[in-house]
Design a protein around this ligand. Structure first.
Ligand SMILES: [Zn+2]
Length: 93
């Protein structure tokens, strides 16, 4: 398994400035590659950049999860409200 092939699915952020644009020298061996943030000029190795981003990625995932949970709860609340407000109209004769 080659983890490198998943790189393009994840936006890597510079942990210093949050910039997503990096420049690197294509000619070098991947393990030796130095990736430079185009915004703040911080230099990383590929591994370092990925490691710095792991925390970030995990945070994003849990944020998305929270959002989904909140949306579902809201939706459920609305549905219940509707169901209950409908029941007010029931008249017994
Ligand atoms: Zn930067």
């Amino acid at each position: 398994m080659k983890p490198e092939k998943y790189d393009r699915n994840v936006t890597l952020l510079c942990p210093t400035c949050g910039c997503t644009e990096f420049s690197y020298d294509e000619g070098l061996d991947e393990a030796m590659q130095v990736i430079t943030c185009t915004s703040c000029d911080r230099e990383f190795s590929r591994d370092e950049l990925i490691r710095e981003n792991t925390e970030n990625i995990e945070e994003n995932v849990s944020e998305i999860k929270e959002e989904i949970t909140r949306d579902i709860t809201d939706e459920l609340r609305k549905t219940l409200k509707k169901a209950f407000s409908g029941s007010k109209n029931i008249r017994f004769k």
